[in-house]
Design a protein around this ligand. Sequence first.
Ligand code: KIV
Ligand code: ZN
Length: 513
Amino acid sequence: MTKIFIFDTTLRDGEQSPGVNLNQLEKMEIAKQLERYGVDRMEVGFPASSKGDFNSVKMIADTIKNSSVTGLARAVKSDIDIAWDALKGAEEPCLHIFIATSPIHMTYKLKMTPEQVVNQAVEMVTYAKQKFPKVQWSAEDASRSDLPFLAQIVERVIDAGASVINIPDTVGYSTPEEYGKIFKYLTENVPNIDQVHLSCHCHNDLGLATANTLAAIENGATQVEGTINGIGERAGNVALEEVAVALKIREDFFQYKTGLNLVETKRTSDLVAHLTGMHVQANKAIVGRNAFAHESGIHQDGVLKHAETYEIITPEMVGVTSNTLFLGKHSGRHAFRDKIVELGYELSEEKVNEAFETFKELTDNKKEVTDDDIFTILMELQTDTTAVDKYELSMFQVQYSSMNIPTATVSLRTPSGEYVQTAKSGQGSVEALYGALEELVSEEPEVSDYQLSSVGRGTDALAEARVQLHINEQLVSGRGSAQDVIEASASAYLNAVNRYIIQKTTKATQKIN
Ligand code: KIV
Ligand code: ZN
């Protein structure tokens, strides 16, 4: 069976999802889990886009040993040089260069002629090959490009040294038949195509990403690019777990295999969902909460008599287990450490101890500590260690009764070390609290989204607040958890403002495209 290589771009294309901004430690945690999942390649950022991206790419490149670590670059020398500095410590440094090839992108975005685009692509692949052992080249908006032109540029960049050619459906416009035909055309019309791997990269704007990806594979693609849970810009990228499980379950039809360790699927999905705050819809294929739930009587009866009547995938195959063991007051450090590993985290002894202290405090107030509670504790540990002065909550008080207007008094320590305090009223407690916080921070945030959920069941459950703020035309998200909803809300707000401050300090202004 032919192997299909899995190229994960959760930490690059996925991280471009609106409102997702992972810090370095969170990215590292995801990268380590992707390595356990068995992805062949992982694209972990765009080093030239910001100092923050550069640092995370470097940290991951220096750490991950069993997957090839890749960074993105535009077809310009400075991007390539910066990417090399970030990636040179990797086991197999790999660069992903892209330039657009569709008439609409060349004319309006690049303002370049097709000939100029070919020259730029060839020159930059040649330049990158002097540093990188492996160069992947992407024809951005390939699916809306002229096929003979696409074949011509692909041939030239292969001659220049590219060893993987990626054909993105950048705007999710293609249909399976059309997309498959592009791969067939390139296979039949590019004389040196047998020297490279052909790669597909599908966006999901029309909900066709998985179908398009499978069509590409059937027509010659040997690498699939996508993200965990399908996160990404707009409607997202293809969900890798969907492609991998489709290939496995319909091995009889497709006759391809991947090197993924499928039993790590659920753990990887959970980690990405928790850290990005992009929750998976209940009916999402493979990893949704209901993916294995049989509700109707007829189905339940069938499954009880013979599971395969209605179940084509076993939950165990993708790591979905029903025998979750809760931890409690009497659980020791050992059981706690095992649970951390089970959830996909790798922590230093010091961090395990820190988390264990928080866990013990929680068990004073909560009888059963669930996996989600522990995820929440672990996420609180992933605070950015960047040496940047941030806001700290020093005191808050909220007065609420059915008789009075809710009022919040908040006192903060600002990044410059000053203490500031104010009081505000509002229609409800959170509005009063956020009004006070808004007055105290100088970044002028505007709340664009606020969500409060309980972590698990019961009145003693932890509250988790997630907030999205608009600051200087940028969307930043924050999260906070506590047993009290107001405290969780305050800490989510400050978490978002602090993430913005860290980003501002570590980010240059460049954006992709
Ligand atoms: O969708 C796309 O075209 C991309 C490129 C940068 C490869 O993500
Ligand atoms: Zn993309």
